[in-house]
Design a protein around this ligand. Structure first.
Ligand SMILES: [Zn+2]
Length: 160
């Protein structure tokens, strides 16, 4: 049985008046993340973790921000496309662990919804997707609510 581990990290700037998408959910907030796509920091970290596990490069290689077709794209589509690559390589996901780092808003009320969205795309159960959240206790750019960070780890198993 062959197992592969992967990790990913992503950062996005926060700006007034943008929509905030995290984990495939639109979270009501006065600030949103800035990016070429919908700037979903958690789904991007997850894509990088999946690609990293199989040494397939990173999200910037597969979905470059110079490509107009990815402008404002729903990151759930990027995760779906990444999952298709993993399946093509003959792997399935064992589990996902992730952390979000942001000062506001509180993420806990949305975690279950995020797990359901991600579980649907990755074809695993919500129990196999851990989403944790922390602040930086008001330190640094995260503490000043200038940006958001996500980190994700995945374990893949080769299918028989
Ligand atoms: Zn990103």
């Amino acid at each position: 049985m062959s197992y592969r581990i992967g990790s990913g990290i992503d950062f996005h700037k926060l700006q007034e008046g943008r929509s905030l998408f995290i984990g495939g959910i639109n979270i009501p907030h006065h600030k949103g993340a800035v990016g070429h796509s919908d700037a979903d920091v958690l789904l991007h970290a997850l894509c990088d973790a999946l690609l990293g596990a199989l040494s397939l490069g990173d999200i910037g290689v597969h979905f470059p921000d110079t490509d107009a077709s990815f402008k404002d794209i729903d990151s759930k589509i990027l995760l779906q496309k990444t999952m298709e690559m993993i399946t093509r390589e003959g792997y399935e996901i064992v589990n996902v662990d992730s952390s979000l780092c942001l000062q506001a808003p509180k993420i806990k009320p949305y975690v279950h919804q995020m797990q359901e969205v991600i579980a649907g795309i990755l074809k695993i159960t919500t129990k196999d997707i851990s989403i944790k959240a922390t602040t930086t206790e008001e330190l640094g750019f995260v503490g000043r609510e200038e940006g958001v960070v996500a980190q994700a780890s995945v374990l893949l198993r080769k299918m028989r």
